[in-house]
Design a protein around this ligand. Structure first.
Ligand code: PLP
Length: 400
C-alpha cells in the first residue's frame, strides 16, 4: 500500500512552476533572465489599504473571525456587487475564503460526485482541471481556438453537455488568453444554459477590472437574472488591488451552496486572515482610483507587447480585451530550428529554447490546454518588456 493517496496521483505537477524553477536556476547561475511567467501585478498594494491592515492589528482584530468572513466584509462585498454589477445579494449569500482559489476549490469539493462532469473552455487557468480531479469530478475540456477569439461558442458548449454535466466554468477576461466575453457572447451562452436547467455556472471574474479599450465587463448572473440561482460568481482583491499575497477571495451564490462551502471551510482552514479581511474591506469601500491607474499602465504594456510580438516572424498575437496576458500562436514556427540548433516541434520546445537561448521565461500553451501557443504575463516594467520583445524578435528572426 503506497503512502500517498490515489487522489494525489490524479493531479499533474504544475508546468508553470517547472518553467519558473528552470528560470530561477538559470538566474542563480548568473544568467540575465526576464521572467514573464508570473501571474501577479507588479504594483504595491495601495497605501490606504495597507494602512487599514495596520489599524486592524492595532485595534486587536487578530483573532478568529466568522468561518467564511466578517459580516462587515460581506456587507462591503454586497455593496461591490450592487455598485459594479447591478447584482443584489444578501450577506448570507456571500462566502469569503483564502483567495479566489479556495472559493473555487470549496465549490467543486462541495458539489462534485465521482463521474460528475465540469466543462472547461481551453485555454484555461491551469488550476481548474486539477481542482476538478481532486474533487473527484471529470474535467471536460473544450478547445476554443484563436479563430473563435479563444471564446466558447454556444455550439461547442451544446456539444460538450451530457447528462452528467454539473458545472460550466467561465473566466472573463481570461487567464491565459486575455479574451473577454462581451454582452452578446455571454448572452448567447446564457440563452443556451436556460435550456439546460441542471447545469450550474462558476464565473471566475477575478480580472473584472483589468479591461481595455471599449470592452465592457459582464458576468452571467447579471446578463441573465433567471440564471442567478445557479451561478456562483467568484471574485477577489488579488488582481484588482494588487493584493495577491493577502489571500482574500469571495463568492456569491444561492444560500444552500454558500452554506455547504462554509461547512467545508470550517473543517479545513477556518477563516481567512483577519487582518487581510480588514484590508479587503478598505479596498472595496475606499477610493477606487488605483483601478483606473493600473488599467492604464496595463493597457500601455499590452499595446507594447502585442506590437512587439507581431513584429516577430512566425508569431501571431491577437489583441486581448483584458487581464495582463497575451496568448500568441507559434504555428508558423513549428518544424523550424532555433538559433542554437534545437528542433521546434511543440510550444514546449519553443519556450524551452527561448529560455535557454535568450533568457526570456514564458509558459508554453500545452500547460493551458491549447497549443501551439505561449503565454506572456506583461505585469512587469515597460523596460523589461521592451528588452524581452527585442530578444524574442532576434530569436524568431534567427529560426530557420
Ligand atoms: C483565472 C484565475 N482565477 C483565480 C485565481 C486565483 O486568485 P487568488 O486565489 O489570488 O484570488 C487566479 C490567480 O492567478 C487566476 O488567474
Amino acid at each position: 500500500m503506497g503512502f500517498l493517496s490515489d487522489r494525489l496521483a490524479r493531479v499533474k505537477p504544475s508546468p508553470t512552476i517547472a518553467m519558473t524553477t528552470r528560470a530561477g536556476d538559470l538566474r542563480a547561475s548568473g544568467r540575465d533572465i526576464i521572467g514573464l511567467s508570473a501571474g501577479e501585478p507588479d504594483f504595491d498594494t495601495p497605501e490606504h489599504i495597507r494602512q487599514a491592515a495596520k489599524n486592524a492589528i492595532d485595534a486587536g482584530h487578530t483573532r478568529y473571525t466568522a468561518v467564511d468572513g466578517t459580516l462587515s466584509l460581506k456587507q462591503a462585498i454586497c455593496g461591490k456587487f450592487a455598485r459594479e454589477n447591478g447584482l443584489d445579494y444578501a450577506p448570507s449569500q456571500i462566502t469569503v475564503g483564502t483567495g479566489g482559489k479556495q472559493i473555487l476549490f470549496n465549490a467543486l469539493l462541495a458539489t462534485l460526485n465521482p463521474g460528475d462532469e465540469v466543462i472547461i473552455p481551453a485555454p484555461y487557468w491551469v488550476s481548474y482541471p486539477d481542482m476538478v480531479l481532486l474533487a473527484g469530478g471529470t474535467p471536460v475540456v473544450v478547445p476554443c481556438g484563436i479563430d473563435d477569439g479563444f471564446r466558447l461558442t454556444p455550439q461547442a458548449l451544446e456539444a460538450a453537455i451530457t447528462p452528467r454535466t454539473k458545472w460550466l466554468i467561465l473566466n472573463s477576461p481570461s487567464n491565459p488568453s486575455g479574451a473577454g466575453y462581451g454582452r452578446d457572447h455571454m448572452q448567447a451562452l446564457t440563452d443556451l444554459l436556460l435550456r439546460h436547467p441542471d447545469i450550474w455556472v462558476l464565473s471566475d471574474d477575478i480580472y473584472e477590472h483589468l479591461i481595455f479599450d471599449d470592452f465592457r465587463f459582464t458576468t452571467p448572473a447579471q446578463v441573465e437574472p433567471r440564471l442567478k440561482d445557479r451561478v456562483l460568481t467568484m471574485n477577489g482583491v488579488s488582481k484588482a488591488y494588487a493584493m495577491t499575497g493577502w489571500r482574500i477571495g469571495y463568492g456569491a451564490g444561492p444560500e444552500p451552496l454558500i452554506k455547504a462551502m462554509a461547512k467545508l471551510q470550517s473543517q479545513s482552514t477556518s477563516n481567512p486572515c483577519s487582518i487581510s479581511q480588514y484590508a479587503a474591506e478598505a479596498a472595496l469601500n475606499g477610493p477606487q482610483d488605483y483601478i483606473a491607474s493600473s488599467r492604464k499602465a496595463f493597457q500601455r504594456r499590452r499595446d507594447l507587447v502585442v506590437a512587439g510580438l507581431n513584429a516577430c516572424p512566425g508569431i501571431d498575437c491577437p489583441t486581448p480585451q483584458g487581464a495582463f496576458y497575451v496568448y500568441p500562436s507559434i504555428r508558423d514556427l513549428l518544424g523550424k530550428t532555433s538559433p542554437a540548433g534545437a528542433s521546434i516541434d511543440s510550444d514546449e520546445d519553443f519556450c524551452t529554447a527561448l529560455l535557454e537561448e535568450t533568457g526570456v521565461a514564458v509558459v508554453f500553451g500545452a500547460a493551458f490546454g491549447l497549443s501551439p501557443h505561449f503565454r506572456i504575463s506583461y505585469a512587469t516594467s515597460d523596460d523589461q518588456l521592451k528588452d524581452a520583445m527585442n530578444r524574442i524578435r532576434g530569436f524568431c528572426e534567427a529560426c530557420s
